[in-house]
Design a protein around this ligand. Structure first.
Ligand SMILES: O=C(O)[C@H](O)[C@@H](O)[C@H](O)[C@H](O)COP(=O)(O)O
Length: 265
């Protein structure tokens, strides 16, 4: 795992989404050139959706071979299949329905009322099994202590004002998980209360983890997570990539960062 997160500050939210989209296109193209295919983990939330919207609007999107891209989700709101608040449904509207993905490579997290009914823990276990199957018997990225997940190229995370990432909230059971790769979340402080979420060990299997935060209400969370807080109290601080951890911020979200952590001007 890399020691020092890299911080990039953009002038505004729109610019941040465009810069993140441009980087993601490059990362996917590079991974496809190096390994034949790419795998990306998507996030819910406004910033994750803005990135997908910017990607859909970019002419450079045609540089990606969409048929050789695996898509996973870091978390999901456990709601009925077509619910407009599901992260998967929102991602489809922003980008996925506009590009020629291979449906067999798109892996939404389960919805409520389907095969798992309202059992969010069974739904989480099913997604963990799907990840393990895709990783193969010798999961390339996984420490022996938990079941494998694929070696994601880029894992995207929005950051909440309380420092949550995916559906891992400060001091909640999910953030303490060391064995399971996906957990059912009960009583999430951000609605809806039932969610599924990758855990920190699964997140840390990614080559690159990118954290997105925009707006003044995120400034305190960003400063805390980047100032040595531990992952239990500040889950964003525990989200690290194996080769890179990149924070993409707008100016407002970066406004409380101590000078030493700000990129040089
Ligand atoms: O499903 C969700 O709600 C998320 O995945 C969550 O972790 C989100 O990314 C953050 O709350 C940031 O959301 P914003 O980008 O909207 O601030």
């Amino acid at each position: 795992m890399t020691g020092t997160p890299q911080v990039v500050v953009l002038g505004g939210t729109g610019l941040m989404a465009q810069a993140a989209a441009a980087r993601l296109i490059t990362a996917i193209v590079d991974a496809q050139a190096a390994r034949g295919s790419a795998s990306v983990v998507l996030t819910g939330g406004r910033n994750g959706n803005a990135l997908l919207r910017a990607l859909a609007a970019s002419p450079a999107r045609d540089a990606v071979d969409w048929t050789r891209l695996d898509l996973w989700w870091g978390d999901e709101r456990f709601l009925p299949e077509g619910d407009p608040d599901r992260n998967y449904v929102q991602a489809r509207a922003e980008l996925l329905d506009q590009v020629p993905l291979d449906p067999a490579r798109v892996h939404p997290m389960p919805y409520s009322g389907g095969p798992w009914g309202d059992d969010v823990d069974a739904a989480a276990a099913a997604y963990a099994a799907e990840l393990a199957a895709a990783a193969g018997p010798a999961g390339p990225a996984s420490p022996a202590s938990h079941s494998p997940v694929p070696a994601f190229d880029v894992l995207l995370l929005g950051v909440g004002p309380d420092t949550h990432v995916a559906s891992l909230f400060p001091e909640h059971p999910g953030v303490r998980e060391t064995e399971l790769t996906v957990v059912g979340v009960h009583g999430a402080p951000k609605p809806p209360p039932l969610r599924t979420s990758m855990t920190l060990p699964a997140i840390r299997a990614a080559r690159e983890v990118w954290l997105l935060a925009a707006g003044e209400d995120k400034a305190g969370a960003v400063a805390r997570a980047l100032s040595g807080a531990d992952g239990l109290q500040a889950p964003a601080a525990g989200a690290r990539g194996r080769s890179r951890t990149l924070w993409l911020l707008d100016r407002a979200a970066a406004s409380d960062l101590p000078a030493a952590l700000r990129p040089p001007v």
